[in-house]
Design a protein around this ligand. Structure first.
Ligand SMILES: C[S@@+](CC[C@H](N)C(=O)[O-])C[C@H]1O[C@@H](n2cnc3c(N)ncnc32)[C@H](O)[C@@H]1O
Length: 240
C-alpha cells in the first residue's frame, strides 16, 4: 500500500505536535511545524531534539578551567541544542550558529540574540566561510534526508574548518534510515549507499564513540569524532 505525500505529512505533523506538546512553548511548537511544512527534507525530523540528545551532543563543552572555545552549531533549528551549548559556555567562549531556514533564524535571534558571544548566521553551512577554525562542531543536520553530494560537501567543510585535535558531534536516527532504504527505488538506493559510505569512512577515520539516546523522538545515535589526523595526513603527503 502506498501512503500519499499528504498523508505522510499529516502523520509527521501529528507526531510533531504530540512530541513537542510537553516541552515547548506554543510559539516554538508552531514555528517548528511550519518549518516541517516548508521543507520536510531539510528539516528532516519530526520533532526538535530532546534535552538528553542536547546533553550528549554538547559533551565536549564543559564548565571547567580551560582555554576559551570556538564553537560552531550547524542546523540550529528552533534552538534546543543552542540553549544547552549556552548553558555550558564560559564567558570567553564564542558560538556561531548556522541555520538555513529564515523563520527558524528569527526565532533564534529572538531567543539568543542578546548574548554577545552568540552569533546567528542565516545561511547554508556550505556557504559559510569563517575566518578562524573551531574547537568544537555540533551538527544536527539531517544527513538521512540530504542528497549524497551535499553530505560529502558538508563533511569536507567540517574537516576544513575544525582545528587539528578538535571535536565534532552529530546525530542520526536509529533504524529509520534502514527502513527508509527499503522503500527506495534502485537508483535512490545506490545514492543512499554512497552517502552511507561517506559517513562510514568519515567515522572510520576519526570516530571515537557512537552512543544511543533512547529518550528522543525518534531515538538517535550520537556520533563523536576527534579530528586529530588532518594535519598528520597533510604532513605525510608533503613528505612523500
Ligand atoms: C533535524 S533539524 C535539527 C534542529 C535543531 N537543532 C534540533 O535539535 O531540534 C535540522 C536543521 O538543519 C537545518 N538545515 C538543513 N540543511 C541545512 C544547511 N545546508 N545549512 C544549515 N542548516 C541546515 C534545517 O533547517 C533544520 O532546522
Amino acid at each position: 500500500m502506498k501512503i500519499s505525500s499528504c498523508k505522510k505529512l499529516s502523520l509527521i505533523v501529528v507526531l510533531s505536535l504530540a512530541s513537542t506538546s510537553m516541552a515547548w512553548s506554543q510559539q516554538t511548537r508552531l514555528a517548528w511545524i511550519k518549518g516541517v511544512f516548508r521543507n520536510p527534507a531539510k528539516v528532516g525530523a519530526i520533532a526538535p531534539c530532546s534535552s538528553y540528545v542536547a546533553d550528549e551532543l554538547t559533551r565536549y563543552i564543559m564548565h571547567e578551567d580551560r582555554k576559551p572555545l570556538r564553537i560552531l552549531e550547524v542546523g540550529a533549528g528552533t534552538g534546543p541544542i543552542t540553549k544547552e551549548i549556552i548553558k555550558k559556555m564560559n564567558e570567553d567562549d564564542h558560538l556561531d550558529c548556522i541555520e538555513l531556514d529564515a523563520v527558524y533564524c528569527d526565532q533564534l535571534e529572538e531567543k539568543f540574540g542578546e548574548h554577545e558571544n552568540v552569533h546567528i548566521h542565516c545561511m547554508s553551512i556550505i556557504d559559510f566561510a569563517p575566518t578562524e577554525k573551531y574547537d568544537v562542531i555540533v551538527s544536527t543536520l539531517p544527513f538521512n534526508s540530504l542528497p549524497p553530494k551535499l553530505v560529502q560537501q558538508v563533511v569536507d567543510q567540517y574537516n576544513e574548518i575544525i582545528k587539528p585535535g578538535g571535536y565534532i558531534t552529530y546525530i542520526e536516527y536509529v533504524v529509520l534510515g534502514n527502513v527508509k532504504r527499503l522503500v527506495l527505488s534502485k537508483e535512490k538506493k545506490a545514492a543512499w549507499d554512497v552517502k552511507q559510505q561517506t559517513l562510514k569512512e568519515w567515522f572510520g577515520r576519526y570516530g571515537v564513540e557512537r552512543k544511543i539516546v533512547w529518550r528522543n523522538l525518534p531515538p538517535s545515535y550520537v556520533y563523536y569524532l576527534k579530528i586529530d589526523k588532518v594535519e598528520n595526513e597533510k604532513e605525510k603527503s608533503k613528505t612523500i
